[in-house]
Write a protein that binds this ligand. Structure first.
Ligand SMILES: Cc1cc2nc3c(=O)[nH]c(=O)nc-3n(C[C@H](O)[C@H](O)[C@H](O)COP(=O)(O)OP(=O)(O)OC[C@H]3O[C@@H](n4cnc5c(N)ncnc54)[C@H](O)[C@@H]3O)c2cc1C
Length: 401
């Protein structure tokens, strides 16, 4: 990747994270993927050096940097060969904690943030549901307040929850006022930061077997009158969707950076192989049919890189500069996630094909990258929904969904 014009902070992050990731080579990730074991050593190494608090407030032990630096951190992790598995093992600790840091009260912050930064507490993000999918505003999980006001009872089901098996806390989006009783569907949802107490009644979870990123668990999580204290509510009741959007825009920036990292790693591997592999008496990389697709992928990644770091910068600057609207941040973050994921997918596919048969061998890693690059294409929001969002919100076309 061309590194000109990044900030000093971003370059420092890249350098430091790169050094940590050097201890976790491709063989480590091959093994974790094969054995489906949590990469807790990477999580611990990042926590030990304070990196999990990269974008959390300094008052609670964080570094107080922004999503621009966090995106660089996640890109560096995936680019090291860790892929989506490496990123997913920590990224909710960064993006899901953004709304907590912004809207949580002092007591909530002091009781959660230091433990998240130290690595004692891992976090997962509980939004997606099996029966409503991308139609988030219609999610069915309810949190009903008790008559004494001291607790909520949570009932419903979440799906695809990354790291739920290893997380102590979940940032949960649930409905506190029935859909029929609100004027707009984005009202009546609330955000909570809850404990996942596996010994308490009403909580169950089941791992989903999946295509890639097998080192990190993805889960169905079931709540059946699961009791949570009232003080786990973050911000105002009913305002959860607006609050969680703050985490969702950060998540799109991080996912864009993660995709870029895999894309660049795939291209780098392909270029190396194309220089070494000799067929018909010359390196395969001397053929334009190998060179040109790789060069094209590189240029698309570079364009997506600009979009990604533009979105991250807008996200950060919007905190103090009120002329940057959340609409502008949303458009930029969605566009960046889309462009980076598509550019990286093409890069991974081209890399596999440039390797010929060896592209299909686990030893060469690029098949793992290809399996994992589907994640930022699908999640946290699909390509189709981003296009519909841009068509409606930017181009003013009729809403199609
Ligand atoms: C590996 C992985 C990890 C994940 N981790 C998490 C996590 O930690 N926490 C979490 O909450 N979620 C997580 N997710 C869930 C993810 O965000 C969702 O899978 C994603 O939002 C898509 O939702 P869905 O699967 O329900 O798709 P659906 O809503 O069922 O959509 C299926 C397809 O139909 C298309 N579609 C649907 N409606 C329309 C329409 N009106 N117009 C055009 N196209 C449409 C979609 O674009 C998509 O292609 C994860 C998913 C994966 C695969």
């Amino acid at each position: 990747m061309e590194m000109s014009n990044f900030t000093e902070n971003q370059m420092t992050v890249r350098d430091a994270i790169g050094k940590i990731c050097d201890n976790f080579p491709n063989e480590y990730w091959q093994e974790k993927d094969r054995t489906e074991t949590d990469p807790k050593e990477l999580h611990a190494a990042l926590a030990a050096d304070g990196w999990l608090g990269i974008a959390l407030p300094e008052d609670f032990g964080g570094a107080g940097l922004g999503i621009s630096e966090a995106t660089m951190m996640l890109q560096t992790i995936t680019q090291s060969g860790a892929g989506m598995a490496g990123a997913q093992s920590i990224h909710a600790n960064v993006y899901a904690t953004q709304p907590l840091a912004k809207f949580g009260n002092q007591e909530q912050l002091s009781s959660t943030i230091p433990d998240i930064i130290s690595g004692k507490t891992r976090v997962c993000f509980g939004v997606t549901e099996p029966n409503t999918g991308l139609d988030t505003l219609r999610l069915k999980t309810t949190a009903l307040k008790s008559s004494d006001g001291n607790s909520y009872s949570v009932t419903g089901q979440k799906i695809w929850i990354t790291c739920a098996q290893v997380a102590k806390k979940m940032i949960l989006l649930a409905r506190t006022t029935p859909l029929e009783e609100v004027t707009k569907p984005n009202e009546g949802l609330s955000m909570f930061c809850i404990d996942l107490d596996r010994n308490a009644p009403g909580l169950d979870m089941r791992k989903i077997r999946k295509m890639g990123g097998n080192a990190v668990d993805a889960n169905e999580v079931f709540f059946d009158n699961y009791q949570i204290p009232a003080n786990t509510l973050i911000g105002k009741e009913g305002q959860g969707f607006k609050i969680i959007l703050h985490g969702m825009n950060a998540e799109r920036c991080l996912l864009a950076g993660e995709a870029l990292g895999i894309g660049y790693a795939a291209i780098e591997k392909a270029a190396k192989y194309a220089k070494e592999r000799v067929v018909f008496g010359r390196p395969i990389g001397q053929n334009q049919s190998i060179q040109h697709p790789l060069a094209e992928c590189y240029m698309h990644l570079e364009a997506a890189k600009l979009s990604t770091y533009h979105a991250a910068r807008l996200y950060d600057n919007s905190k103090d500069d009120k002329s940057i609207t959340q609409y502008a941040v949303g458009v930029a973050a969605n566009a960046a996630k889309y462009l980076a994921a598509e550019a990286a997918y093409k890069a991974c596919e081209t890399s596999v094909m440039s390797h010929g048969g060896m592209g299909y061998a686990r030893e060469y890693d690029v098949e793992r990258y290809l399996r994992e690059i589907f994640v930022p294409r699908i999640a946290p929001v699909s390509r189709e929904m981003i296009k519909s969002f841009v068509a409606e919100k930017v181009l003013g076309l009729p809403r199609s969904y």
